[in-house]
Design a protein around this ligand. Structure first.
Ligand code: GDP
Ligand code: IMO
Ligand code: MG
Length: 429
């Protein structure tokens, strides 16, 4: 691990390179013993990061996964959206699993926006109205909360400090949404719900920008735990089938008020195949038995919603695009073990649209229908990879799968996941 971390420096980001659920939480957890602060900069409880340590399962949603380590401080930045009721529920669930001393170790930005129950109502209602054009959101109220933020009527964590102001804002917002969307949300009920957790949330609030500036000045080690993934980014993803924030590397700086120049290293997480939950283009999707077999072998069901994840071949165009846009230093390829037993593995290498090479996933339905995907086929392997600690001990075909991918994505694969547990990681120098 030390050799893996050394070239990345003190302040390291972990970014999803596909459509989420690549295994970001697992690497963050494995790395956290070497960091002082673990920070979330974007998104909310739409994320679901599952960690297994010595057979025990933990699911983190808004909380940084690094909190499993007893000495880490978890930061929830200004760019996130915080559902206070979910948050208290998450704290209690984590306390029940035996994680100690959570509350004093959690620092939530005063400037993060609050997710209310009505945001979830709006999320579900807008999806319903879209019919077969729905995004397939997690229905956690993420989009509507960011919508209020950008429209400058959002309610921030700092508003919890002033009860009268909070009430005024809740009533104004509920009135606005009831009128514009024809909803029937009860403002008093919304207010009482938030008040029921206010006293528990208040001690966790602080100006996290100042906290991180001091950490930076003191030479502390800071880990940025990405949520979602580059292709779900509001600007760079497969719009409109994306989430509502900048989840690519740029979001670290804005979502935490952290100077971009001080991010010293960036790791991309890429699954050895591809998955996606929700709607939207997926050029290498397998709508056949093999897709179902991959889902079963990889346990590809959402940690937040339990939805089955769509599965397909590794897409080097997708990951290469993330490498370039985010400036990634290296890749952690996850779930290589899941591919054991598949005789031949296909990998997408190139997209052609009307005979021209294109370098990103097209966003329109028309273009996706016409898209030609070029593949190479690589030989698979039969062996079970669990327990392997050294790259040289992997079956030859597994090694050549990894080295072929790294050439295609133009980025070194320096860590490889071969199982669910924190220990099931191979590092390469
Ligand atoms: P995240 O959202 O990117 O943190 O990923 P999720 O936690 O939603 O989904 C990844 C799933 O794959 C989790 O259940 C992990 O425990 C599991 N996982 C991560 N890495 C590996 C690996 O290398 N092998 C196997 N078999 N499972 C893994
Ligand atoms: P982690 O951090 C996978 C997807 C949803 C939907 C779209 C918009 O666990 O990788 P939203 O609720 O954000 O408005 O939904 O984004 N999505 C994710 N897919 N992993 C995630 O997080 C996701 N967070 C959002 O399925 O397609
Ligand atoms: Mg996930």
């Amino acid at each position: 691990m030390q050799n893996f971390l050394q070239p990345l420096g003190l302040n390291v980001g972990v970014i999803g390179t596909q459509w989420g659920d690549e295994g970001k939480g697992k690497l963050v957890d494995a790395m956290s013993a070497h960091f002082d602060y673990i920070c979330r900069s974007t998104g909310g409880a739409n994320a679901g990061h599952t960690i297994y340590n010595e057979g025990k399962k933990y699911v983190f949603r808004l909380f940084p996964s690094g909190l499993l380590h007893p000495d880490t401080i978890g930061v929830i930045g200004n760019g996130t959206v915080v559902d206070p009721i979910d948050l208290i529920f998450e704290i209690k669930s984590l306390e029940e699993t035996g994680i100690e001393n959570i509350r004093p170790r959690v620092k939530i930005s005063l400037h993060a926006h609050l997710v209310f129950e009505y945001h979830k109502t709006i999320d579900a209602e807008l999806e319903r109205r879209k019919g077969d054009k729905k995004i397939g959101t997690t229905c956690r109220g993420i989009g509507p909360t960011y919508n209020d933020k950008i429209s400058r009527r959002g309610i921030r964590c700092e508003d919890l400090l002033d009860k009268e102001l909070l009430k005024e804002k809740v009533f104004a917002n509920v009135k606005f949404h009831n009128e514009t969307l024809g909803l029937n949300v009860d403002a008093e009920e919304e207010f009482q719900k938030i008040m029921s957790v206010r006293d528990e949330i208040k001690p966790l609030l602080t100006d996290t920008r100042i906290l991180l500036q001091e950490a930076l000045r003191d030479g502390k080690r800071i880990l940025f735990e990405g949520a979602q993934a580059h292709h779900l980014d509001i600007d760079h993803g497969t719009y409109p089938f994306v989430t509502s924030s900048n989840v690519s590397s740029g979001g670290i700086a804005t979502g935490l008020g952290f100077p971009a120049r001080k991010i010293t290293g960036l790791i991309g997480i890429a699954k050895a195949y591809t998955t996606r939950v929700g709607s939207g283009p997926f050029p290498t999707e397998l709508n056949d038995q093999l897709g179902e077999d991959l889902r079963a072998a990889g346990g590809e069901f959402g940690a937040v919603t339990g939805r089955p994840r769509r599965c397909g071949w590794f897409d080097a165009v997708v990951v290469r695009n993330s490498v370039e846009f985010n400036g990634l230093d290296c890749i952690n390829l996850t779930k290589l073990d899941v591919l054991s037993g598949i005789p031949e593995l296909k990998v997408a290498t190139k997209y052609l649209l009307d005979g021209q090479e294109i370098r990103t996933v097209p966003t329109t339905r028309k273009a996706n229908q016409k898209l030609e995907v070029e593949y190479i086929t690589l030989p698979g392997w039969e062996e079970d990879l669990s327990g392997i600690k050294d790259f040289t001990d992997l079956p030859e075909n597994a090694r050549s799968y990894v080295t072929t991918l790294e050439k295609l994505i133009r980025c070194p694969i320096r860590a490889i996941g071969v199982g669910m547990d924190r220990q099931d990681l191979i590092f390469r120098d």
